[in-house]
Design a protein around this ligand. Structure first.
Ligand code: ZN
Ligand code: ZN
Length: 248
């Protein structure tokens, strides 16, 4: 079996099981459609590794993205939650729902976040879940916004209100990939708007995305909520990439 490439296994799985029953990480065929991962790969998804703040050298709490002591992000976000690291396993898993149409994997990412958040009681810190939008072009290519699928599942499991994929982009930003921290922040500054009919004032908002790198996009996404007097803005993502934010 080792001579069969992952791509071939995936193609065979799609043919035999049109409901996308293959492992989103190793592409192995799955015979039960409940979760889009084989047991072995599911075991490889671990909580984020322990991180030390680049500035104050304090330990960053498990599942938190930024240093609660000294990060500038604490001025923007009441809390953060990352399910896992953006490691090789996460990259493969995310690639399937971002670029290969495996929407079931995004829903499952939402389920993992929601179950862990229940333990972490983060759901007690939110009145409304919202997702980071993607461009119309990407939405047309993918057929969905992966963050919308993740947010929907979190809303369903944690029983938090979700008004849908309603945050809008005012213009088309350049790709964030290859940009440094300053360029990323500038690229998305004042990019997002929230429809007037969404009641924001006094609410605790939980923003959802698949990956966080510098939190520039999430910070820009938080701006309209802060301007419209949300009580707090937090975020939860599936995976956190290692980016030396605290030392910037
Ligand atoms: Zn697998
Ligand atoms: Zn610190």
């Amino acid at each position: 079996m080792k001579t069969i490439s992952a791509q071939l296994r995936k193609a065979a799985a799609k043919l035999l099981f049109p409901d996308n029953s293959y492992c989103a990480v190793c592409k192995r065929l799955l015979f039960s459609g409940d979760i889009p991962l084989c047991e072995k790969c599911a075991g490889k998804i671990t909580p984020p590794s322990e991180r030390v703040c680049g500035s104050c050298k304090g330990v960053i709490l498990p599942h938190e993205f930024f240093c609660a002591n000294c990060s500038p992000l604490k001025e923007v976000f009441a809390s953060s939650f990352c399910y896992t690291d953006y490691d090789e396993t996460s990259k493969r898993f995310i690639r399937e729902f971002k670029y290969n149409g495996y929407s079931q994997a995004a829903v499952y990412a939402g389920r993992l976040i929601a179950k862990e958040m229940h333990k972490e009681v983060l759901h007690n810190r939110a009145d409304m879940v919202l997702c980071v939008p993607i461009s119309e072009k990407k939405r047309a290519e993918r057929g969905y916004n992966q963050a919308d699928l993740i947010a929907r599942e979190i809303s369903r499991i944690c029983n938090i209100m979700y008004p849908g994929d309603v945050i809008r982009m005012k213009r088309m930003p350049e790709d964030q990939i290859g940009k440094n921290f300053e360029e990323r922040r500038e690229n998305v500054r004042d990019l997002f708007e929230v429809p007037e009919n969404i009641e924001v004032e006094g609410k605790r908002i939980l923003l959802i995305d698949d990956v966080v790198t510098t939190a520039s996009t999430l910070t820009a996404c938080a701006t309209p909520f802060r301007e419209r007097k949300a009580l707090s803005v937090s975020f939860a993502v599936y995976a956190a990439a290692k980016f030396a934010l605290e030392s910037d």
